[in-house]
Design a protein around this ligand. Structure first.
Ligand SMILES: Cc1cc2nc3c(=O)[nH]c(=O)nc-3n(C[C@H](O)[C@H](O)[C@H](O)COP(=O)(O)OP(=O)(O)OC[C@H]3O[C@@H](n4cnc5c(N)ncnc54)[C@H](O)[C@@H]3O)c2cc1C
Ligand code: SF4
Length: 560
């Protein structure tokens, strides 16, 4: 008889790490099943300079386009970090030809928490009430007051640096001291504050990077290439923070190379009894038993596992009595913005490589404010910098004079890059493509997802507003743009097993527990009923910690 664990967590990325930490700290013997290889701090390469890598940082483009034609679309998949992204041939998916979707994935212990951009923003009731207010999709079953203590809990452990602003649409949190704006950013901030007082606020990004040491993790030293790892564990990832704590309890069994095929439904008990796994190295099938199942494999992979777990009782996918499993896929739309040259002091330069930019929170369609001709809103990331060496290819000339000219840091520029909310839409969905299997023989996904008119209207407005703000800051050569990025590119995919109050229209309840199966919890982005415009991972983490607390209580009360 195989051992029965108190809990099984599928995935060891951002949310799986949190589930492992919270469940083991609560006393549960927890098995963490991770499809990919083990990664430790020995894999980190953020201090390796370009002259020590084979292609001097220009990358082996032939291999990359052969093995990772999708993943290379991500800015972070370069000569150093491509090892943290999946091989696209081993991990296929399909789309209709007119609906491209970029499925950007990490498949290793730590998941995408290794390469993420670390931007973390709380949601507010403007977001949790949005579906109800607009009569779109389903109402969130929680409000800000339900999640606020869990944001506190998570932020204290993660270590979030940021500035308190007192804005109702972007609640303040448990912050370490903020990183500093540079003089170009301060200039633009002041000009915008003068033109739109109280309405448009430039601040430094709130990010999961330490500005003060915390729990044995050192403050950041601004080396700047976080997507390659961090030996001082200054930014938050599962490897840097949650998994070591879970390991230290002595109650975590972490099993890499464990590709979960499907969940085993016990029809007599109406519970999940365990999971079917394909060993990533031997390709043998194995089973593991657990009393509690936490799916944390990421929005699309968790949906895939549930769809591949169909039974006689749930013929269209496990826990899918609502018919909503796989539906309502969303990803932030990004890429409406503007660039321009600014007159910041020519004798000043940014110092170090601050791994962070500016943030300008949402200012459209706020409660009690003017209404725009579109729903919801957008926020900007971006920042100011000098042109630097990168302009070498555009600089005319040659020889010694040209090299000397390159020593000049160049002019100051400023860029705004918008991230907008994506509305939930039942017609954006994933299904199993029975004709396509991954390298482990598991049926792959077929993804159907397009942005609608509202998303594009947001980006158009983001482009115009960005140009307007640069003009107010006295910028020159202003270039507004709207990038036509396909869904998936923002890497904030959400919504394939949404939370809701009604089991007829949602997959999960207010505690991320499947309406249909009490010992099944899904706490990654699959649970989201809308996207807001803020980067979502801190909300996934807070929901995961909250769900763990609820699940442990329910186990103690013998409800599970
Ligand atoms: C370059 C980049 C920048 C980003 N920037 C930001 C940002 O600034 N802010 C923000 O909020 N978010 C950002 N994100 C998104 C963020 O990384 C994700 O939202 C977050 O990692 C999702 O957490 P997760 O636990 O759901 O998935 P992941 O972190 O991807 O972890 C999922 C894990 O599950 C494993 N897994 C998958 N399928 C199986 C299976 N069948 N069996 C076993 N294991 C499985 C995977 O191998 C992986 O380790 C960024 C992502 C990238 C790549
Ligand atoms: S910039 Fe800071 S957080 Fe990023 S890798 Fe370097 S020390 Fe770590």
């Amino acid at each position: 008889m195989p051992k029965t664990y108190d809990a099984i967590v599928v995935g060891s990325g951002m949310t799986g790490g949190w589930a492992a930490k919270e469940l083991t700290e609560a006393g549960l013997n927890t098995l963490v099943l991770e499809a990919g290889r083990m990664v430790t701090t020995a894999d980190y390469v953020e201090h390796v300079p370009p002259w020590q890598v084979k292609f001097r940082g220009l990358d082996d483009r032939r291999t990359r386009s052969a093995d990772q034609p999708i993943q290379r679309e991500c800015y972070a998949c370069d000569e150093w970090s491509s090892k943290f992204f999946v091989n696209d041939h081993e991990n296929p998916y399909t789309t209709p030809p007119d609906k491209p979707f970029l499925f950007l994935r990490g498949r290793q212990v730590g998941g995408r928490s290794i390469m993420w951009g670390r931007q973390v923003y709380r949601w507010s009731d403007l977001d949790f009430e949005a579906n109800l207010r607009d009569g779109i999709a389903v109402d969130w079953p929680i409000r800000y007051a339900d999640i606020a203590p869990w944001y506190d809990h998570v932020e204290r452990f993660v270590g979030v640096s940021g500035e308190k602003l007192g804005l109702p649409q972007l609640p303040d949190g448990q912050f370490q001291p903020p990183m500093a704006l540079n003089c170009g950013e301060t200039m633009v901030r002041d000009a915008i504050a003068k033109q739109w007082p109280g309405e448009r606020v430039v601040t430094v990004g709130r990010c999961a990077i330490l500005t003060e040491s915390l729990n044995g993790r050192a403050a950041c030293h601004y080396c700047g290439y976080c997507e390659r790892g961090c030996i001082t564990r200054s930014y938050f990832s599962s490897i840097n923070a949650t998994l070591p704590v879970a390991q230290a309890t002595g109650r975590m069994t972490l099993r890499p190379h464990s590709v979960v095929h499907s969940l085993i439904y016990d029809r007599d008990r109406r519970r999940i009894g365990g999971v079917r796994v394909i060993d990533g190295e031997t390709k043998h099938a194995i089973e593991f038993r657990g009393r509690l199942e936490f799916l944390c494999a990421s929005t699309l992979e968790s949906a895939r596992i549930l769809l591949n777990s169909a039974t006689r009782e749930f013929p269209t996918g496990l826990a899918n009595s609502s018919g909503e499993l796989g539906h309502n896929l969303m990803d932030h739309i990004m890429g409406g913005g503007a660039n321009g040259k600014i007159d910041a002091p020519a004798d000043k330069n940014p110092v170090g490589r601050r791994p962070n930019g500016i943030y300008l929170p949402r200012f459209r369609n706020l409660q009690g404010g003017p209404k725009s001709p579109f729903l919801r809103g957008y926020a900007y990331q971006g920042g100011a910098g000098r042109e630097g060496w990168g302009r070498g290819t555009d600089l005319p000339g040659f020889g010694a004079d040209w090299k000397h000219a390159l020593r000049d840091p160049g002019s100051w520029g400023f860029g705004f890059y918008g991230f907008g909310e994506c509305l939930p839409n039942h017609d954006n969905y994933v299904e199993i493509d029975k004709d396509t299997k991954d390298a482990w023989g598991i049926p792959a996904l077929r993804i159907h997802c397009v942005y609608g008119d509202n998303e594009w209207a947001l980006m158009k407005d983001a482009s115009i507003s960005a140009a307007e703000m640069l003009a107010a800051a006295g910028a020159r050569d202003i270039t507004p743009f709207v990038d036509h990025n396909p869904p998936g590119k923002a890497i904030h995919e959400m919504g394939t097993a949404r939370m809701g109050r009604d089991p007829k229209t949602s997959v999960l309840n207010a505690h991320n527990q499947a309406h249909d199966i009490p010992n099944l919890f899904v706490t990654d982005g699959a649970c989201m009923a809308s996207t807001a415009n803020q980067n979502p991972s801190i909300t996934y983490m807070a929901l995961t910690a909250r769900a763990c607390d609820y699940a442990v209580g329910a186990m103690k009360r013998r409800e599970i």
